[in-house]
Ligand binder design. Structure first.
Ligand SMILES: Nc1ncnc2c1ncn2[C@@H]1O[C@H](COP(=O)(O)OP(=O)(O)OP(=O)(O)O)[C@@H](O)[C@H]1O
Length: 241
């Protein structure tokens, strides 16, 4: 087990946005956090990454409180936020080198780690190109490569396919699944798109700040007497997929 959330609650001012959220991620598994716009996915990511201060409940990483041991936990976590956060005027490699430096890697290590990740993403030949010249799908790949430089065991991705076309969305989703399998990486992938969830995934359904279901796709379908995740989702949330 890697990350455990216990009874998380969060309000913006007086507006409750997350209520009593509890779940545990399984090591080496791909988890889809599925919820419509405004469900609270980004807020939950903000809490898991300590961008937002926890108001209620607790978050444990490898059994230790994220609040009490933030540095140890953050060393194990890689994050890809919803908004693109690369410097468009720097080259792909410069972006990676800068991020590696923030993690305390030497220049040599940074170059090796960066090139290794770029190779896995099929982007080594673009290393010297400014990020601005890359298409949206390739920019997202660079962001994921960057999130993996310090070799985290948990990768959090907040709607990483936002703004991409269907083919690029599928390629990115397939790629992260491959990483998950190759590196025994634990993945939490937030999305509002049911087609990004695969039959073998564990899915957490978030709606209006509440976790309505959590489990393997098959299990959720049989629990709700449906045959597809889309039907289960609609039944639970009242929102058509
Ligand atoms: N800084 C903020 N101040 C006040 N309300 C906010 C703030 N950020 C988000 N909200 C509200 O909190 C709720 C949850 O938003 P959040 O962005 O976490 O959801 P989401 O599932 O990530 O949605 P999306 O897919 O649209 O990003 C929404 O009603 C949103 O309007």
């Amino acid at each position: 087990m890697t990350l455990t959330a216990r009874n998380i609650g969060f309000c913006y001012g007086s507006k409750p946005v997350l209520t009593d959220i509890s779940f545990a991620l399984d090591s080496g598994c791909f988890h889809a956090l599925l919820g419509p716009n405004g469900a609270g996915k980004s807020t939950l990511f903000g809490l898991l990454t300590r961008l937002l201060a926890l108001q209620q409940g607790g978050i444990l990483f490898a059994g230790q409180s994220l609040k009490k041991h933030p540095a140890e936990a953050m060393r194990q976590i890689g994050v890809v936020f919803q908004q693109n956060a690369l410097d468009l005027d720097l080259t792909v490699r410069q972006n990676l080198m800068y991020h590696s430096a923030l993690h305390g890697l030497s220049r040599k290590q940074a170059r090796l780690r960066g090139d290794h990740e770029l190779e896995r993403f099929g982007l080594l030949d673009r290393a010297s190109d400014p990020v601005r010249t890359l298409n949206g799908g390739h920019r997202r790949r660079v962001e994921i490569a960057r999130a993996l430089l310090h070799q985290p065991t948990l990768l959090l991705l907040d709607e990483p396919t936002a703004g991409l076309d269907i083919a690029s969305r599928k390629a990115l989703n397939d790629h992260v699944r491959q990483l998950c399998a190759d590196d025994n990486l634990t993945v939490l992938w937030a999305t509002h798109l049911i087609e990004e969830v695969a039959a073998q995934d564990r899915v957490l359904i978030l709606h209006q700040g509440r976790l309505l279901a959590d489990g393997p796709v098959q299990e959720l379908c049989s629990r709700s007497g449906t045959t597809t995740l889309a039907e289960t989702f609609e039944l639970l949330t009242g929102v058509g997929s």
